[in-house]
Design a protein around this ligand. Structure first.
Ligand code: PHB
Length: 255
């Protein structure tokens, strides 16, 4: 692929352009995009023009750009995340209906928990999770479950730090994190109190693919004072079993 004067390939630059968008910043000016993607402004204008022409980016009335519908279409086609979401949605809907609190599904992607679905009700409280957004593995309940069952090299890389605090009760000590992960594997769940936000309790359980391999975490974000976390855990455990059954093609047999 053709290289620029700075030596990076066209593909490198294209990836930087796409990665300059995130869930908290869905639209941006071309000047901001150029800065975040580390491109000269003139190159950014040319790139954006070509990407808009192909439907991969869209420009709004104010001139800001966002990810285009055609890019959504291409990335959604046959995506593993979409298939998992399709299989999990009925059970997630039942969990959300029982708890009436945020219910979400995350997978391990790189060194973070990537959220592929979130269901919330009108009465659900605060929650910083976004679909297609990420949370740190050591801080979120989903992340702790994914990390507990992650390949050893991922676990060791995260344990090597830095373990940055997100809230007062985030685990930042590697020994404590190692013990917590061992407990998660022993008990098959985690309760993360005030780890992401002081006023929240995250409860997460692993979802396996039917062969014992953990491929996702199902979690609920509850208010800190939630009256019956044990009952919420039982609902999540049942939901995870149902998702496993759906993945393994055994819908309806989980109990
Ligand atoms: C959690 O998974 O622990 C979690 C996630 C989002 C929040 C709070 C807690 O806003």
């Amino acid at each position: 692929m053709a290289n620029s004067a700075s030596g990076d390939s066209m593909l490198d630059r294209l990836v930087r352009v796409l990665e300059s968008f995130d869930t908290g910043r869905p639209t941006q000016t071309i000047a901001d995009l150029a800065r975040r993607a580390d491109l000269p402004l003139s190159t950014a204008y040319r790139f954006v023009g070509e990407l808009v022409e192909r439907g991969l980016l869209e420009r709004d009335e104010s001139g800001e750009v966002r990810i285009g519908m055609h890019l959504w279409e291409l990335t959604t086609r046959g995506s593993r995340a979409l298939e998992l979401r399709r299989l999990a949605l009925p059970s997630m809907g039942r969990v959300q209906a029982r708890l009436r609190e945020h219910t979400q599904l995350a997978v391990l992607e790189g060194d973070s928990a990537l959220f592929i679905e979130r269901l919330s009700g009108a009465s659900s409280g605060a929650n910083i999770t976004r679909v297609a957004g990420r949370l740190p593995l050591h801080a979120s309940s989903s992340g702790l479950v994914l990390l507990a069952y992650a390949p050893a090299e991922v676990r060791e890389r995260i344990l090597a730090g830095p373990l940055l605090p997100v809230a007062d009760e985030t685990i930042t000590d590697p020994d404590q994190l190692r013990r917590t992960l061992a407990h998660v594997r022993e008990r098959g769940h985690v309760r993360a109190l005030g780890s992401i936000e002081h006023h929240s309790l995250g409860i997460a359980v692993p979802v396996d693919d039917g062969s014992g391999r953990v491929i996702a975490a199902l979690s609920a974000v509850l208010p800190r004072e939630y009256p019956n976390p044990d009952a919420a855990l039982a609902v999540l455990v049942r939901g995870a079993k149902e998702i496993t059954a759906a993945i393994a093609g055994r819908e309806g047999v989980a109990n």
